[in-house]
Ligand binder design. Structure first.
Ligand SMILES: [Zn+2]
Length: 330
């Protein structure tokens, strides 16, 4: 029975090797509370980023010559070159190493580091502007001021400046009338717009006090979480452009922050009807809080509104340059 004992020894050796394997070469993926995470070091290597991790403070820095991405353990805040991006879940740590939620690594961080490119011949030319609210729906109210009036003023200023920059413009709402949110992208779809910009202003967020700052939204990923809570409703037409949506949101948000010195409330994801049904890359801008004294300076005056529109145009141009890179000029 020597062969049987030898076989047993061999099997035992194999089992020991298998048992020690996770220690010797740690798995790249770890599940924490049912959510899959990837080892940040391995992910950073693939993205050609240099990792610096402080396990005591929980500070994670991922850098290369052009980019600096900063994360912190136990928060979903990611700062890309100084601009706040909300991930769906926090950076985790286990065994002294940082772990990125896989969904965020793949769907949020990777597309921002490696922006998508439109197929050859596809250009950003026609832009749909959707001035929030209208008619029976005033939107947020501050004193005698109605959100619907200021989104329309911004829409007209933005149209003027986009046309000057060489774009075609479609106004989804060009007067004080009510158009349900779910009908708005359908109008843009029918006119084959290449981009969709929804314009809004925030009101008081809660009874607990006021807030201030800029928020830019793109559509929640299929089966993903919205930044302000809630889940997606599965795959929607707008999810065909997840990578472009995020790139556009980041570029517009970053440009607005740079030119208007808003408090940064981040690039966020939400399930807004306007974004769900858009068949082109789409974002929704919440251009400050109507009841905030600082934000009011950027909302109500004509000169601030002109500056606001310029920042959106610059963001759209930055997006256009990125997604059309490598294509002939005309
Ligand atoms: Zn609104």
């Amino acid at each position: 029975m020597l062969w049987l004992r030898l076989l047993c020894c061999l099997m035992l050796a194999c089992e020991l090797a298998a048992a020690s394997a996770p220690v010797a070469r740690r798995s790249e993926f770890v599940s924490i509370r049912g959510r899959l995470h990837v080892d940040a070091g391995r992910w950073a290597e693939r993205q050609k980023l240099v990792l610096r991790w402080n396990p005591v403070s929980g500070d994670l820095r991922l850098t290369n010559r052009w980019t600096r991405l900063i994360l912190k353990a136990d928060t979903a805040r990611a700062e890309l070159d100084g601009t706040l991006i909300w991930m769906g879940a926090p950076l985790a740590q286990a065994g002294g190493r940082p772990l990125l939620p896989v969904q965020d690594a793949d769907r949020v961080l990777a597309p921002l580091l490696n922006p998508p490119r439109l197929p050859d011949g596809h250009k950003v030319k026609r832009i749909a502007i959707s001035a929030g609210h209208g008619g029976k729906d005033p939107g947020n109210m501050e004193g005698g001021r109605k959100e619907k009036d200021y989104t329309l003023k911004l829409a007209f200023e933005l149209e003027r400046q986009l046309k000057r920059a060489g774009f075609d413009v479609l106004q989804v709402r060009d007067k004080d009338r009510y158009i349900p949110p779910e009908e708005r992208p359908v109008i843009a779809n029918g006119k084959k717009a290449d981009l969709y910009l929804a314009l809004h202003y925030n009101g008081r967020p809660t009874a607990r006090g006021s807030a201030q700052g800029l928020e830019t939204y793109c559509l929640t990923f299929a089966n993903g979480e919205s930044t302000n809570g809630g889940q997606s409703r599965g795959f929607m037409p707008g999810n065909r452009h997840d990578r472009e949506n995020l790139t556009l949101a980041y570029q517009v948000h970053r440009s607005l922050l740079g030119e208007l010195e808003f408090a940064d409330r981040g690039v966020r994801r939400a399930n807004f009807a306007e974004l769900r049904l858009a068949e082109m890359p789409a974002v929704l801008i919440e251009g400050g809080f109507m009841d905030s004294r600082e934000d009011a300076l950027k909302i109500y005056s004509d000169s601030a509104r002109a500056k606001f529109a310029t920042a959106i145009v610059d963001g759209v141009l930055a997006y256009k340059r990125l997604v059309e890179r490598g294509q002939p000029e005309q």
